[in-house]
Design a protein around this ligand. Sequence first.
Ligand code: NBP
Length: 476
Amino acid sequence: AQADVGVIGMAVMGSNLARNMAHKGFRVALYNRTAARTDQVMADHGDEGVFLPSHELDDFVASLERPRRVVMMVKAGAGTDAVIGEVVPLLEPGDILVDGGNSFFKDTRRREAALRETGIHYVGTGISGGEVGALEGPSIMPGGSKESYKAIGPVLEKISAHVDGEPCCAWMGTDGAGHFVKMVHNGIEYADMQFIGEAHALLRAAGLSNAEASEVFAGWNTGDLDSYLIEITSRVLATKDPRGTGQDLVDVIADAAGMKGTGTWTVQTALEMGVGVSTIGEAVFARAVSSAPALRAAGQAALQGPDRQIAVEDRQGFIDDVRSALWCAKVVAYSQGLDEIRTAAQEYGWEVDMAKVASIWRDGCIIRARLLQRIRDEYAAHDLTTLLEAPSVRAELGESQGAWRRVIARATEAGVPVPGFASALGYYDQVRAPRLNAALTQGLRDLFGAHTYKRVDDEGSWHTLWSGDGSEISAD
Ligand code: NBP
């Protein structure tokens, strides 16, 4: 019998995805550039299902039922282009080539456009959940043609995580839509982790030990903030140094955060489209500052300020305030990220269903959270310009904003850096303000560069003769 689906790339993600497929009853063809990896997967897991391993790519392609369904799980960038170059000549019109790696959506658009003429369906697919997710059920965000989803959708849905019987996998839109949604997922993940870090720093500044903070996070995980990232935060904070120094592990980890680039892509893309994703930007910048030792050494030596201690009389009250601030900031990050997706959908002509996006992030992926159920329900019930206006969201933001403001005020007075919390609140106050300082900006631009301005009480564009008689002239 031939294989139902094939996987190229037997590193951790590809092999786990192939095993997941086999566990779900699919016959899975396997191929990896370095054949020893394929042999290793067969030796370790060959008895878990029906696998058809090949050492040669043409044998792999020949082992697949038509139309062929091939999933690539290789390094994004040059690795992906190399595999496309080798496998495409062996495929036929109607076959489907899925890129399950973390490709940049513009690369996916380019590759999809190039293959469209050959009749081969190129399906850029975001997959989140890390290695455990790949094995046990990730969140899957496929793009590509609607037609291709009919053939590949059932396989991807079956191996994805499920919530109440619904798969955490849905067609996101044509060409690069799937990778775009995955990119923003990662951007939100950056913001989420930055906020969690700020919450932890605040709890520590108020005198809690890491063990106590771990318990606070565990408690939060039973309520509104219930999410994978909060759960593992509790776990990390409760962990002692494996070297037996007796210290908490978090205290011996160097405070320089790394990144692989998806957060930066999210912000760059938002900048190009003119969408405000300040919280994600702050998270990316916070990692950059953390990883700038010379800057930090200079700052530590030169700059004065308070000692980052927060004296709290009502400890539980303060903890509750931090919880509220974390929830509010998190909602703003989701709102900004979803706004970026909505804007891209308009720009690129994708039919992205925002309720579906929230729905498939409910489980399997790194940002899975109880909040996503509410976001899904709100988008399903209302045509929202911003998540912030959703009835249940705006009501809770309204109630919790006092705590959010108090936390930022306390942090600022004490010198605890909270760029994420503060930028989220800045955005909230910006979008609700009837007048913004942009009026003065326009005035300044008109004075120094004759950039003109519009008026609140008239049509058209205007310019004041700043160095002339001070009168106003039409600039149309
Ligand atoms: P890697 O990203 O480490 O890639 C290793 C695989 O790429 C190996 O199979 C390797 O073959 C293959 N490869 C490379 Br590198 N260059 C190649 C070329 N020129 N031709 C053919 N094959 C080539 O693997 P991974 O960590 O399993 O991730 C796979 C994809 O999934 C990536 O795009 C990654 O960004 C994405 N992803 C990863 C995670 C995660 O948690 N790790 C989560 C979500 C998405 P070889 O064995 O012959 O060297």
